[in-house]
Design a protein around this ligand. Structure first.
Ligand SMILES: [Cu+2]
Length: 469
């Protein structure tokens, strides 16, 4: 898995910020300079960026976007200004596979936007796509004309144009953004991003946490060997991703033992995802509807995130180890190539192989003892294609792809350090092991309860008289 904490390439942004400072000072003389947009920040990597500690405005504990980053802003006379550029991007889904997607500022998803309850926010959206777009701010309270449904609330943003959205972030919570224009295409191509509004003061239903992670659930249908998603797919997606990354490309969530952890998840796929954490129970503390009342919070180890929903999972990471964290739909923890393979479990067809190979020289036996062989097989794949299940752990292939990663809980992970601590070293005597002693005979149920006659089975077939067996 990739290491984290790559610094943001912020030089471009600060160059823009410096220009704007001049513009603000000269506002009375130059309206043209005032109109200068904040320089868009472009991200070239798919690694997890370090949290962006707010350089101005109200302080807060920033989130960490899994395989993503937070957009820097320009403070302009008390307004936080962001600049999102909708454009074609190249996204590494996992090492060995790049997808040609549409996104924002160089990546899909776009950067996370973090603001504080009560902040005035101005977002410039520049359209560098080959077709029109808009931006919808999912879950926000805002004026109707800022809601971004093309045709309903505003004209579409034409190719090459910039629109401005401005509103106050009225509710603290977990939100997302995406186009409301040619949605099926634009979301199938990866256009989306996360939005977090931090509370401005202590909120009775929003706890302070040491680690605050966020990511979006998304899915693509990319033919093996291709790189552009099929945009008309409705059901049969073959790449199940978190923030447009598939395991083993998804970074681990690295925390310190005893940390209170929040994980914010939003679903922009076309199906539901039961998100499952090993080794701990969590409570769902809120959604895009806001913080949940205490009475609505129950312990869970899996929570379903339906289409268009967001959930906040919270727990104390008090069990050290490398804990699996994944979608519980087993076909969502697989990559492409897992589809349309017939079930061959129990089918002995090795005798046929030589005959078939006379016709199809590359023919291979697959799956007659289960599919686990696939995790180890060195099968030639088309270029730019992920094997079906590829992650490797300290004890062998993990046999997962797709929506899978790990929560790494370590006693000596320093506070604020998000780097990957490596594999967990288990204390002696705490790991399952191969049994080498005598195999015990399992006790058997007696054939019939004492003192009773054998059970009779009567079958009545349609159109026949009753038979006794
Ligand atoms: Cu799923």
């Amino acid at each position: 898995m990739n290491t984290m904490n790559k610094p943001l390439p912020r030089r471009q942004f600060f160059k823009g910020a410096a220009v704007s400072a001049v513009a603000v000072a000269a506002a009375s003389v130059s309206r043209v300079a005032m109109a200068a947009l904040p320089e868009p920040v472009t991200m070239t990597q798919a690694s997890t960026a370090a949290p962006l500690v707010p350089p101005n405005g109200r302080p807060y504990n920033p989130v960490v976007t899994l395989n993503g980053w937070t957009a820097p802003w320009r403070m302009n006379q008390g307004v936080k200004e962001f600049h999102l550029v909708a454009e074609p991007v190249l996204r590494e889904i996992a090492p060995g596979m790049n997808a040609t997607l549409w996104g924002y500022n160089g990546q899909s998803p776009g950067p996370t936007i973090e603001v504080v309850e009560g902040d005035r926010v101005r977002v410039f959206v520049t359209n560098k796509l080959p077709e029109h777009t808009t931006m919808h701010w999912h879950g926000q309270r805002l004026p109707n004309g800022m809601d971004g449904v093309g045709g309903l609330n505003q004209p579409q943003i034409p190719v090459g144009k910039t629109f401005v959205y401005e509103f106050e972030a009225r509710r603290p919570g977990t939100f997302m953004y995406h186009p409301h224009a040619d949605e099926m295409t634009q979301m199938a191509m990866g256009m989306m991003g996360f939005w977090v509004t931090h509370p401005k003061t202590r909120h009775p239903l929003i706890d302070e946490v040491q680690r605050d992670f966020c990511f979006l659930l998304n899915a693509y249908d990319v033919e093996p060997g291709a790189s552009t998603p099929k945009v008309n797919t409705m059901l049969d997606f073959n790449l199940w991703t978190w923030n447009s990354r598939a395991f083993p490309g998804i970074d681990s969530l690295n925390v310190r033992l005893g940390d209170k952890v929040r994980i914010r998840v939003g679903n922009l796929t076309m199906t539901n995802h039961p998100i499952h954490l090993h080794g701990h129970e969590f409570v769902v503390t809120g959604s895009d509807g806001g913080p949940w009342p205490q009475a609505a919070r129950v312990p869970e180890v899996t929570t379903d995130v339906a289409v268009g929903q967001m959930r906040q999972l919270e727990f104390v990471a008090d069990e050290p180890g490398d804990w699996a964290f994944h979608c519980h739909k087993s076909h969502h923890t697989m990559n492409a190539m897992g589809h349309n393979v017939p079930t061959l479990i129990g089918v002995e067809h090795r005798g046929l192989v030589q005959k078939i190979q006379q016709i199809i020289p590359d023919y291979m036996v697959m799956g007659e003892r289960g599919m686990a062989d696939m995790g180890e097989m060195e099968m030639p794949l088309p270029d730019n294609t992920l094997p079906m299940m590829t992650g490797t752990g300290p004890y062998g292939p993990i046999e997962m792809g797709g929506m899978f990663t790990t929560l790494k809980v370590r006693k000596n992970q320093p506070a604020g350090d998000y780097s990957d601590p490596g594999d967990y070293v288990m204390p002696a005597g705490t790991q399952a092991y191969a049994w080498t002693g005598q195999t015990l005979q399992a006790p058997q149920a007696t054939a019939q309860p004492a003192g009773q006659s054998p059970v009779e089975l009567r079958v009545k077939k349609p159109g026949t008289s009753e038979h006794q067996h």
